[in-house]
Design a protein around this ligand. Structure first.
Ligand SMILES: [Cu+2]
Length: 183
């Protein structure tokens, strides 16, 4: 370009910088809006956003089982505690899902090792064996941590997630029916 930089003037340069900054902010906002850490009970720490929910019990498969059986629903376990929790009384089984995203970018946090505990109304705390999962056919955006857990319908619980020294807690009421969505 033949334009002499002096003639551009400071004002135009500032406008250009602001426009760039706005475009970047828009891109980050769009990514955050598409982030899966938006539904359920939400909590944030310095670096993370947690979205925690209790959903109907899910069939949990290993990757080998998915290859062999081709299930079209349920979840595939990708790491962590590679087994579903043991047998549960009919009606008490729920599926605890903890989605974790980076606060700054909204990016899904994968391959982390969060600790998850459930504290009941009686003050008893249980550690959940944490499996890394994705809903079958749902892809990386559904990556989450949790397991099937046995909980009394209607009871109030506190779910606490600790990741790299950052801790978040949410309170949830266990949905009455194991086929209904959590409130
Ligand atoms: Cu799951």
């Amino acid at each position: 370009m033949k334009t002499r930089p002096k003639r551009l003037g400071g004002g135009l340069a500032v406008v250009l910088v602001l426009a760039l900054a706005a475009a970047t902010a828009t891109a980050v906002a769009a990514q955050a809006a598409a982030s899966p850490c938006r539904s359920g009970a939400l909590a944030t720490t310095a670096h993370y956003r947690f979205a925690i929910s209790l959903v109907p019990v899910e069939a949990m498969y290993t990757q080998a089982q998915v290859k062999a059986k081709h299930p079209t629903s349920g979840e595939v376990m990708l790491g962590g505690a590679m087994s579903a929790m043991g047998k549960m009384a009919m009606g008490s089984a729920r599926h605890l899902e903890v989605h974790i995203c980076r606060r700054a970018s909204g990016a899904v946090v994968t391959g982390a090792s969060p600790a998850i505990t459930i504290t009941g109304a009686n003050g008893m705390t249980t550690r959940v064996p944490v499996a890394d999962m994705e809903g079958i056919g749902m892809g990386r955006s559904d990556y989450h941590y949790g397991n099937n857990v046995a909980l009394a319908a209607g009871s109030r619980i506190t779910v606490t997630v600790t990741l790299r020294g950052e801790r978040a807690s949410v309170r949830l009421t266990v949905p009455k029916s194991s086929t209904g969505m959590s409130g």
